[in-house]
Structures are given as C-alpha cells and as structure tokens.
Design a protein around this ligand. Structure first.
Ligand code: CAA
Length: 283
C-alpha cells in the first residue's frame, strides 16, 4: 500500500497542521474544507508558518517554493478522489463523521485508506458507516501538530494489518512517532490527559486558586510544559467537555463527570484560543 498522495479533509487547526507536516515531508497534499473562509485562513496560516521558518533559518525560500508546488487546496471533496489516504479532521461529532466517511468511501478509489483524526470516538462505528470498514483507521494527532511528535494509530474491529502498517509507516515518514492503541474511548493519551484537565476545572470551580495560579502550580510543581487550564484553552474547552461527556456515557462512571466551569464557559461561547477567550484572554 504505497502512499504518495495525502488528502486532508477539514482545514481547522488540526487539518492545517497535518497538511503542513505532510507537505514538509515531501508528500503531495490536497487540503479540503467545505467552508471557503476556513481554507483561506489555513492557507494564510501555512504561508505565515513557513515565512517564520525561513526567518528562523529552519527552512529556505527554495524549500517553501517546493511546498507550494506540493500543496493544493479547495472546497470540493471530489478533489480527494485519487488520494492514497484521506485524513479527516472535521468536527468531533460521530454522526457527521459517519456521514462524511460514507460519502468519501463512495467517491474515492477502492484502495484509498480513510483515516479519522478523532480524540476519543469509535473507529468501528465510523467504519461501519462506509463500504470499506477494512480500510478505515484512527489517526490521532496532537495540538500543535508541527510540534507534538505522537500519532496514535487505532485499528477498528475490521481494519486490516496492511492498513495499520501503511498508516504507521506514513506517520513515521511525516516525522511522527506512532503508537498503536486499542479502540477504547480516549485511547491512551486522552484517557489520562482529559481527566487531569477536567480535575483542574474542578479545582478552579471550587475556588482553590485562580487559573493562573493553578497553571503555575502544575508547571513548577509537576514539570508540565504548560498548565492544565492553558492547555484546555489550546485544545478547545468545547472539545475537552465533549470528551468528558463521551467518557461518562461510554464508561457509565461518574468519575468522568465534567467540570461545571467548562460547561459554563462553553455556554458562554468562551472556548479558548480559537474564540479569543477561555480561562485567559487572547484578544
Ligand atoms: N504551532 C506551531 N508551532 C508552535 C506552536 C503552534 N501552535 N506553538 C509553539 N510552537 C513552536 C514554536 O514556534 C517553537 O519552535 P522553535 O523551537 O522552532 O522556535 C516551539 O514550538 C516552542 O515554542 P515556544 O518556545 O513558544 O513555547 P514553549 O516552549 O512553551 O512550547 C508548547 C509551547 C509546544 C505548546 C508546549 O507548551 C507544550 O508542549 N505544551 C503541551 C501541549 C500538549 O499537551 N498538547 C496535546 C494536547 S491534547 C491533544 O491535542 C489531543 C486531543 O485530542 C485533545
């Protein structure tokens, strides 16, 4: 299963990051989002990231010119039809993901691998909505994608070993360290990380300390690269909340109940960096 052309569906933070590292590794990449403004924002963001890399001396102008030739963008999912793998990085909603993967499995060539960048959802359930459940796999990237080395690779119930091997191989080629994980809610990282972030939300709502003090404590006392509430802002408070609610539903264990501080911020539309406000102000 040779992979030379990568499709990325969803040009938000994660999709743009996946497209960036794939192009930098020399793959031909098609980045698609159905919302034109999202594609434009992603393209501008990539230009900015590469200009910064040239300024820092990490890339040359020739490198960047080469990236431009490898990357194409658009709003029509039909552009993905001849890709060897499509990495879907759209909204974290199982019904929408199922619908989109069902459509992709109709328009793509028969051998195309369909990868879903999900932080917790069932690969098997998404795969079952397609006409090729043996070629559907989870590929979980971490934010910021250009910096974080890990990719969790998650086979669904029917994913073949060939598909897992090709996904692991491709992950290595784009500079990532893949770890294969079984399909359980949250896989490895989010199963551990999200309850930790959620507990910080509980500590905040109980008034133990301010957001800045909680984050400072975890950075200086536990060696975390950033505090848990700043991390919630980076990931998206809505995403953290959705994962907590999903864990509670799937495990039926009240230890996964979400912090009310998160729920209130989501209700207020304060989702973190992407909306300019969360536990901190980014405007
Ligand atoms: N995009 C691209 N590059 C970025 C970046 C971004 N958003 N943020 C920082 N960087 C780069 C910087 O340009 C810098 O690169 P150079 O070394 O080439 O100059 C490097 O990262 C270090 O950045 P800074 O010096 O500005 O800041 P830092 O040392 O504090 O690192 C950080 C920033 C990498 C974000 C670090 O704080 C960190 O590792 N935080 C934890 C992030 C984390 O846990 N992510 C996983 C979230 S969970 C998830 O994503 C999964 C999910 O499903 C919810």
């Amino acid at each position: 299963m040779a992979i030379s052309k990568i499709g990325v569906l969803g040009a938000g933070t994660m999709g743009a990051g996946i497209a960036q590292v794939s192009v930098e590794a020399g793959f031909t990449v098609v980045l698609v989002d159905v919302v034109p403004a999202v594609v434009e924002k992603a393209a501008k963001g990539l230009d900015k990231a590469w200009a910064k890399a040239v300024d820092k001396g990490k890339k040359t102008a020739e490198d960047v010119a080469g990236f431009g030739k490898l990357l194409s963008t658009g709003t029509d999912t039909a552009l993905l039809a001849d890709c060897d793998i499509i990495i879907e990085a759209i909204i974290e909603n199982i019904d929408i993901k199922k619908k989109v993967h069902a459509q992709l499995s109709e328009i793509c060539k028969p051998e195309t691998i369909l990868a879903t960048n999900t932080s917790a959802l069932s690969i098997t359930e998404i795969a079952a909505a397609t006409s090729r459940p043996d070629k559907v796999v989870g590929m979980h990237f971490f934010n910021p994608v250009p910096v974080m080395k890990l990719v969790e690779v998650i086979p669904g119930a029917e994913t073949t070993q060939d598909v897992v091997d090709a996904t692991v191989d491709m992950s290595k080629k784009i500079g990532k360290e893949p770890v294969v994980a079984k399909e359980v809610p949250g896989f490895i990282v989010n199963r551990i990380l999200v309850p930790y972030i959620n507990e910080a939300g509980m500590v905040f709502q109980e008034g133990t300390a301010s957001a800045a003090e909680i984050d400072k404590a975890m950075k200086l006392g536990a060696g975390m690269p950033m505090g848990p509430l700043a991390l919630a802002d980076l990931v998206g408070i809505d995403i953290v909340l959705a994962i907590c609610d999903y864990f509670w539903k799937e495990f039926g264990d009240s230890k996964y109940r979400a912090s009310l501080a998160f729920r209130q911020k989501v209700r207020a539309g304060h989702l973190g960096m992407k909306t300019g406000k969360g536990f901190y102000d980014y405007k």
